[in-house]
Design a protein around this ligand. Structure first.
Ligand code: TRP
Length: 473
């Protein structure tokens, strides 16, 4: 059965593919601009703490669900506990939606590689960028190139396609990253940028910063939407889950930090603002490249590395949906890949046009199409998926069974098992409820009461478990 579904060729291959899923535009595009906007070091320190507290725990939870359930995200939840498949289904929907807009930004990256290959930017980068993204068909074509490239890899299956591609792209990405970081931190006055990025000013830590960081942890680690469940389902029974679950957040965080070090010192060195937001890598960085010697070479290296990061993530986004179609509808992988990719290609059109002809078409709760989909995934589907994941691992899944899965039936030591469960059960649920309540517009004054009520329910459920004889963990 598991062989028909596909398997990873090696644990290293799995770790690279899963790290490839996690490392993406979230690290290279979103993280530096979020840090730039939310007080630099203050944001970084909150982000790091949350990765340690939650990132590792939920990564392990998802991988365990996948390997135990041995199916796509929907099937895996259901196989462990009937009726919980809907959580996986939300995750699959979330991946589908993210894919449809993620690939628009990824298309812009392809365009910028072409730009630097053909001699770089002359003229105003702001004009260049806004003219390009609003120009109708051209950005759509670039996005479709990404859809096709992703499909060609996913078509080839788990070890022959995804694993092989990750094994080439991830090490290259890492080397290119080091080149850019070395260039950036050796520019004149780079120290200002390094300080801004790494020196926390604790007074800048506000609830807003915490919520932004929490959302980013989930997005960046591909958590709460079935991605790690899907990849985990192709694991062999011998793989040591705890070790893998540890490596991936570490790699992801290293790349996010390197991305900050690649971008912010260069931005400061040229006297530019770090707070440009989403335009940081498309507007501010091209200015940097055009002002530096051999800037076009560094431009190509930088955008190719971003492309590899984006591509290993689009592969994973597509795979989550394809594996669902294959497992649940028994369609073959080729047909499923083509079908899903065709649907995505259709959705690319309104997503891409949201930066052009449809920008002002704010008919989706006052937002345009792209913004609405981002809002839906980042603020609703993602935290809800994360919350239900915590509930499932903390309260629903039978503890014995869970422990057997995580420790390979006692073969691998995991002394922190109890601490892990308690963290997911109480802290995880509280933090995720916080983002979700805040996202659906609950006012600050009521948040405390709402969280208090949830805490009471948690304690009660814990008690009930103890009564039923579930070992207090
Ligand atoms: N983690 C990816 C990034 O940082 C984006 C992402 C979010 C993702 N959810 C995902 C990738 C699910 C694959 C699967 O860019």
């Amino acid at each position: 059965m598991s062989n028909e579904r596909g398997n990873w060729g090696s644990s290293v291959g799995f770790v690279l593919a899963a790290a490839g899923s996690a490392i993406g535009l979230g690290n290279l595009w979103k993280f530096p601009y979020l840090a730039g906007k939310n007080g630099g070091g203050a944001f970084v320190i909150v982000y790091l703490s949350l990765v340690v507290i939650l990132g590792f725990s939920l990564m392990l939870g998802e991988m365990a669900i996948g390997r135990r359930g041995k199916s796509d995200a929907y099937g895996s939840y259901n196989n462990i506990k009937k009726g919980w498949g809907f959580v996986g289904m939300m995750g699959i929907l979330c991946c589908f939606v993210i894919y449809s807009y993620y690939v628009v930004i990824a298309g812009w990256i392809v365009k910028y590689i072409g730009l630097f290959l053909s001699g770089g930017l002359n003229g105003d980068p702001v004009d260049y960028f806004s003219t390009f993204i609003s120009s109708g068909t051209t950005p759509i074509v670039y996005s479709i190139i990404m859809v096709v490239a992703t499909a060609l890899i996913v078509l080839k299956g788990v070890s022959g396609g995804i694993e092989k591609a990750s094994k080439i792209m991830m090490p290259t990405l890492f080397i290119f990253m080091l080149v850019i970081v070395v260039r950036s931190v050796t520019l004149p006055n780079a120290m200002d940028g390094i300080k801004y990025f790494l020196k926390p000013d604790f007074s800048l830590i506000t609830p807003k910063v915490i919520i932004a960081a929490l959302g980013q942890v989930f997005f960046s680690l591909s958590l709460g939407m079935g991605a790690m469940i899907t990849y985990g389902s192709y694991l062999s029974p011998e793989t040591k889950l705890v070790k893998s679950a540890f490596c991936i957040p570490v790699l992801d965080t290293i790349i996010a930090l390197l991305a900050g070090l690649a971008i912010l010192p260069a931005v400061f060195s040229f006297g530019l603002e770090p707070t440009a937001g989403p335009g940081l890598i498309f507007i501010t960085l091209p200015k940097v490249f055009s002002a530096m010697p051999f800037g076009n070479v560094f431009g190509v290296i930088f955008f190719v590395l971003v492309l590899f990061a984006a591509l290993t993530s689009t592969i994973s986004l597509l795979e989550v949906v394809v594996s669902f179609v294959v497992d649940q509808f028994k369609l073959d992988r080729k047909k499923a890949t083509v079908l899903v990719s065709a649907l995505i290609a259709l959705l690319v059109i309104p997503n891409s046009n949201s930066f052009g002809s449809m920008a002002e078409l704010k008919v989706f709760f006052g937002m345009n199409f792209f913004d609405f989909l981002c809002y839906l995934t980042d603020n609703i589907l993602l935290p809800a998926g994360g919350l239900l994941l915590c509930v499932f691992v903390g309260f629903v899944w039978d503890k014995e069974d869970l422990k057997n899965e995580v420790t390979n039936h006692g073969e691998v030591k995991f002394e922190m098992f109890s601490l892990w469960i308690v963290g997911v059960k109480y802290l995880g649920i509280q933090l995720l409820s916080l983002i979700l309540l805040q996202a659906v517009g609950v006012q600050d004054e009521f948040l405390v009461y709402a969280l208090g009520t949830i805490f009471a329910v948690q304690i009660l459920c814990g008690r009930l478990e103890a009564k039923r004889g579930v070992k207090a963990v």
